[in-house]
Design a protein around this ligand. Structure first.
Ligand code: SAM
Length: 248
């Protein structure tokens, strides 16, 4: 552990993880970087402005999402060139995971600048670690494509992976996804991690068919991490190694 507090470095892009729901989930380092940086580059300046206000931080905000693809990172790179310390935040969680942060990071590295992760909340990690599914090997597939054919192909292509599969999904497509999982992975254990770190957080576990029954009885609202347990041999191996000897 290193409790020393070195000053922020010039010409560095800091990827600052922010809460995924619970405002207590922000690190001391994240707050310091947000306080000491020259500018906060945000996916949505209004959203991030409210977050900064909550923590009593007043800082110039710049949007990196309002321009077209080519211009998005330009201003950030220009500021790094001038020696500025830039904190990058997205709407929630760790910048770069299934959000526009990834492009900015690539652009900064290509331009030769230092990039540092200020680690913190991430929906994928929060959902997976509390799911009860194997965590020794997992495959993060992010968001599936929108088109039905492409979704099925993608799901089918993941069948050979001997690891827990992790997806992000919007509430508008969660039932659709359960239907697709019922076709492609009818016998697998599925865990829906809903509204992580928020007041109505819950974990729904079962086969796709069992979860579809729940969805038929009540509307599934909110944000979701969807996880699919590995096929049988992998599950047995993980149980034996951990000494559990049984299912979940
Ligand atoms: N960068 C973020 C992270 O570190 O998790 C993810 C950004 S991605 C645009 C947003 C997706 O993450 C949501 O659609 C949902 O699938 C998942 N997500 C974010 N917050 C969540 C929460 N509180 N509970 C469950 N899933 C969440």
């Amino acid at each position: 552990m290193d409790a020393a507090l070195p000053p922020l470095s010039a010409s560095t892009l800091y990827l600052v993880a922010t809460p995924i729901g619970n405002l207590e989930d922000i690190t001391l380092r994240a707050l310091r970087v947000l306080r000491e940086c020259d500018v906060v580059a945000a996916e949505d300046t209004r959203h991030s402005g409210q977050l900064l206000k909550h923590f009593g931080i007043s800082k110039p905000l710049l949007s990196y999402f309002q321009f077209n693809e080519a211009r998005r990172s330009e201003e950030i790179i220009e500021r790094l060139r001038r020696g500025e310390k830039v904190a990058l935040v997205t709407d929630a969680g760790s910048p770069g995971i299934s959000d526009p942060g990834e492009r900015v990071v690539k652009a900064a590295i290509v331009a030769g600048f230092r990039v540092e992760a200020v680690a913190g909340p991430c929906a994928l990690v929060a959902g997976l670690t509390a799911s009860g599914l194997a965590t020794d090997e997992f495959y993060f597939a992010g968001f599936l494509p929108h088109k039905s054919g492409q979704r099925r192909n993608k799901l089918a292509s993941l069948k050979t992976i001997e690891a827990t599969l992790v997806f992000y999904e919007s509430p508008y497509r969660i039932e659709k996804l359960l239907g697709e999982l019922n076709e492609v992975y009818p016998d697998r254990e599925v865990v829906l991690a809903r509204e992580l770190t928020k007041k109505f957080e819950e974990f729904l576990r079962g086969t796709p068919a069992a979860l579809l029954e729940i969805a038929a009885k009540r509307t599934l609202k909110g944000e979701f991490v969807v996880m699919v347990g590995a096929a049988e041999p992998k599950r047995k191996k993980a149980d034996m190694e951990s000494g559990c000897g049984g299912g979940l």
